[in-house]
Design a protein around this ligand. Structure first.
Ligand SMILES: Nc1ncnc2c1ncn2[C@@H]1O[C@H](COP(=O)(O)OP(=O)(O)OP(=O)(O)O)[C@@H](O)[C@H]1O
Ligand SMILES: [Mg+2]
Length: 353
């Protein structure tokens, strides 16, 4: 088929992210802002911007969502569409291979609808350039023909809201980033916010959990709703098979011991990362690539999943020369005897450079 005709009909790339999600995650996914727990500032701002856009009958400005995995980026994107009362199309940057893939979607979106691109930091340069014009002028440049007879046509497209999500804000080019009118940085959730999420999920999927167990589960969920929901289901398994079906504090303690998780949410691999930096690299600094090979973990999951939580909990620091553990990490692993003897002044200098 002619490329130019094909791109108008090609919608197969859309919604791949939906197919990947497990069914239960979809049941638990809040549909409206009122069910989305925590992130008070983001919710407050979004509700104002959404109301203003709706009242004017316009598409919402483009939204950029940044944050570690499992904190609710995909969820927020579908909430925005629901609150706008508009359609949503979802895809992820690696699924968009050629300009015609993107053009196919952009020419087919409905007026004022939402187009969600996950992992937007992985967008190819040619597609990114197409997005610049689409986001600003609601047009795309399309090349017709080949060689000397090739010419560019500007095709108008419907007004739409692009929602771009990424775990790596630093890898998104600034021309792209500055074209988003609304920037939301999603932070780890507090234990109170996670407790509210756990109670909501437990009632939705009919799991009995005691208050004390809710608190413990919130503590070991790494500030992350996806982990809270996943652990809730695992604890239910333990409660049903080895207990009376109710998740109480005792079930939580037994389950986390079996799963190799501690009450701070740290897993075996977290401790392995910290121990490796201490035992092989004298506490650091060590580069991310070297570290990822040493601990046998893909660099993406090291940087996106493990490090943000270890940093937030104060066990690890990122410095320009690499990763370094803090004194808290030596204490956690009972390796105080390996701690380098530095004066306070040296420690400050060490952190700065
Ligand atoms: N604020 C919230 N309130 C209630 N549940 C939430 C909230 N945020 C996320 N969740 C739950 O956590 C799950 C994971 O969230 P989501 O898929 O939106 O994360 P994500 O940021 O898109 O992750 P990734 O970077 O891996 O794509 C959702 O299915 C939802 O049930
Ligand atoms: Mg997602």
């Amino acid at each position: 088929m002619d490329d130019n005709v094909e791109f108008l009909q090609n919608n197969s790339i859309v919604s791949t992210s939906f197919q990947e999600q497990d069914a239960q995650e979809n049941i638990l996914r809040p549909k409206y802002l009122k069910d989305f727990q925590g992130q008070a500032k983001i919710k407050e701002n979004l509700s104002v911007f959404i109301k203003a856009a709706r009242d004017r009958g316009e598409a919402l400005d483009h939204v950029f969502l940044i944050g570690p995995p499992g904190l609710g980026k995909t969820t927020l994107a579908s909430i925005v569409a629901n609150e706008m009362g508009s359609e949503i199309r979802m895809t992820s940057a690696p699924a968009l291979d050629k300009p015609k893939d993107l053009a196919g979607i952009l020419t087919n979106v409905s007026e004022n609808s939402v187009f969600f691109i996950d992992e937007i930091h992985r967008l190819k340069p040619a597609l990114e350039e197409m997005l610049y014009i689409a986001m600003e002028d609601f047009e795309i440049d399309w090349v017709i023909g080949q060689g000397p007879s090739a010419r560019t046509m500007r095709i108008p497209i419907p007004h739409f809201t692009l929602i771009g999500a990424t775990t790596k804000a630093g890898m998104v080019s600034s021309p792209l980033q500055t074209r988003f009118g609304i920037n939301c940085r999603i932070e780890f959730y507090t234990e109170e916010e996670l407790s509210a999420i756990i109670r909501r999920s437990a009632s939705l999927i009919d799991i009995k959990i005691e208050d004390e167990a809710v608190k413990l589960l919130a503590r070991c969920s790494r500030g992350t709703p996806r982990i809270a929901n996943r652990l809730l289901r695992r604890f239910r398994d333990f409660a049903e098979v080895t207990g009376n079906g109710v998740i109480d504090a005792d079930v939580v303690h037994r389950s986390i011991a079996n799963l190799g998780i501690d009450l701070n949410g740290l897993e075996d691999q977290d401790r392995n990362i910290l121990r490796t930096i201490i035992e092989f690299y004298g506490g650091g600094p060590v580069g991310a690539e070297t570290l990822s090979i040493s601990v046998g973990e893909a660099i993406e999951s090291l940087e996106d999943f493990y490090e943000p939580y270890l940093i937030q909990k104060g066990y690890l620091k990122r410095t320009p020369r690499g990763r370094m553990v803090t004194s808290k990490a030596y204490e956690l692993l009972h390796l105080e005897d390996k701690m380098p003897k530095l004066s306070n002044q040296e420690e400050t200098l060490f952190t700065l450079f």
